[in-house]
Design a protein around this ligand. Structure first.
Ligand code: GTP
Ligand code: MG
Length: 474
């Protein structure tokens, strides 16, 4: 380990600024000497108790400047695996600043982003997936996103991957045995090992289990990505359809200007809101229509761009605007090429007959359209149902509420997809004429992908990339 990695580090672990309490953490061999230099326990004692809070005063030489708590965790039984100290002081910049200065004077250096977690990883306390979950938990904006991160932090995704790993090793062992005892290996019938026959059915079952587990994880990324990064929902429609009124209704706030004048919204307006646990960025757009007005034309262009980048388009139609509105929406939704929800607005001003007619017309114009929703953005009718529907379309509820792990990071998705592809190649190879040596190569590729994912096989560059996104003090 380099000297840099061995140095004692110090950082404020709570948010900067004023607060009732702030926590300053130290990790490294000098943690305890620094603590005893800064902190005087109220009760005289010979040694600092391990893992128990001690009340006392923070001192700068003979001068006390605060009172609070301190905890000492001895290596290797600490979060980082090194000696760790936590100092709980009053949360003002002067007190925190003094503690940080004294710690530096006594030999600690300021921690880099995520350095505490990086040390925990390097000391083997957690794997890379768990380390990333620390950052995700801190960044989580909704309850569900936090739950998914905790799931990973607790090691449940890692455990599922360990299970897959062992199955790959098991399949690999049989293939290797086929290399050592080639007479026992019949191409096309799966390998068989003397003493422990591995019928083609058994090997097929093993491959099926691995592929099933990996396939489910790859699939979960669609919802998981949205959970971590949030989804984009573009509110689209013709001028005056009620798009801005809908944005305000969904936000529960008067965010966008609305008026009876078509063409009110000129630029896109964005706000994040929580849709049943999914953070969704709502984008109100300018009405889509042909126009000679240059500003409005630019707004229309931006609306189309928003639609292109969206995970879902909310196509708003005014029930009182006549048949043209519906035909146009069906055509436009088709042309926009994003997943759309059709929304009939202004039901408070419409009649039952008009709604039935609108529905029939939509079914006729967009034959594969999903079930539309009827709402009144003005009175709020149908808004709760719309929220539920958006959450349902964006996220697979079963995957999120169940005990299964959900992939939330692109890195995880990429590695697992790579592993799945390698296992598939191994299986089709074992089923066909591929030599056991080549089947083993594919299985090894699969293992390497998982090893990289869990951080068993890593480069400094990868760690720098991951931990640079952390905040200091984590
Ligand atoms: N009765 C009724 N009026 C509504 C409803 N939704 C919107 N409106 C009215 O329709 C008019 C247009 O609403 P906006 O939300 O500004 O429409 P928009 O789609 O954003 O229009 P542009 O920004 O011009 O593209 C306003 O006068 C709203 O009060 C509704 O559900 N019922
Ligand atoms: Mg508008």
């Amino acid at each position: 380990m380099s000297d840099f990695a061995r140095e004692t580090i110090v950082a404020l672990s709570t948010a900067p600024g004023r607060g009732a309490i702030a926590i300053v953490r130290l990790s490294g061999a000098k943690s305890l000497p620094i603590l005893t230099g800064i902190f005087r326990p109220r009760k005289e004692r010979d040694a600092f108790p391990r893992g128990r809070p001690v009340i006392g005063r923070f001192v700068d030489g003979p001068q006390a400047f605060d009172e609070g708590l301190a905890l000492y965790h001895q290596a290797p039984d600490s979060v980082t695996g090194e000696d760790v100290v936590e100092m709980h002081c009053h949360g003002g910049p002067a007190v925190v600043g003094t503690i940080l200065r004294l710690a530096r004077e006594m030999g600690a250096r300021p921690a880099a982003e995520g350095e505490f977690t990086r040390r925990a990883f390097l000391e083997g306390k957690i794997d890379l997936v768990q380390a990333e979950a620390v950052a995700d938990l801190v960044a989580a904006q909704t309850e569900k996103a936090a739950r998914a991160a905790l799931h990973h932090l607790e090691g449940r995704l890692s455990k599922a991957l360990e299970g897959v790993w062992e199955k790959i090793v098991e399949a690999g062992a049989h293939i290797e045995a086929a290399i050592d005892f080639p007479d026992e290996f019949e191409p096309g019938a799966g390998p068989s090992v003397s003493g422990a026959p591995m019928g083609s059915a058994e090997l097929a079952r093993l491959f099926a289990e691995i592929e099933e587990a990996l396939g489910r994880l790859v699939e979960s990324y669609r919802s998981g990505r949205i959970l971590r990064e949030g989804a984009r929902a573009a509110i689209l429609g013709r001028p005056n359809a009620g798009k801005s009124t809908l944005l305000n209704a969904l936000l529960g706030a008067d965010r966008a200007i609305t008026s009876e004048i078509p063409g009110t919204t000129r630029d896109t307006v964005e706000e994040v809101c929580d849709f049943g646990g999914a953070p969704v960025r709502l984008i109100d757009t300018a009405g889509l229509r042909d126009t000679g007005d240059l500003v409005e034309l630019e707004g229309t262009e931006r609306a189309r761009k928003a639609a292109e980048e969206a995970d879902i388009g909310l196509m708003v139609m005014d029930l009182t605007a006549g048949d043209g509105e519906i035909r146009w929406a069906a055509w436009e939704a088709n042309a926009l090429d994003c997943q759309n929800l059709f929304i009939f607005n202004k039901m408070d001003k419409s009649t039952h007959e008009a709604m039935v007619r609108a529905l029939a017309l939509l079914n006729e114009s967009a034959t594969d359209a999903p079930e539309p929703l009827f709402i009144s953005a003005l009175t709020g009718e149908g808004i709760p149902e719309l929220r539920e529907e958006v959450a349902r379309v964006l996220m697979d509820e079963d995957g999120l509420s169940g005990a299964e792990s959900v992939l939330t990071r692109e890195r995880h998705h990429g590695q697992i997809a790579k592993c799945l592809e390698a296992v598939r190649s191994a299986r089709t190879g074992a089923e066909g004429e591929l030599s056991p040596e080549l089947v083993a190569v594919h299985l090894n590729e699969g293992q390497t992908a998982l090893a990289e994912l869990l951080g068993r096989d890593y480069g400094e560059a990868l760690l720098d990339k991951i931990f640079s996104t952390f905040c200091i003090g984590k």
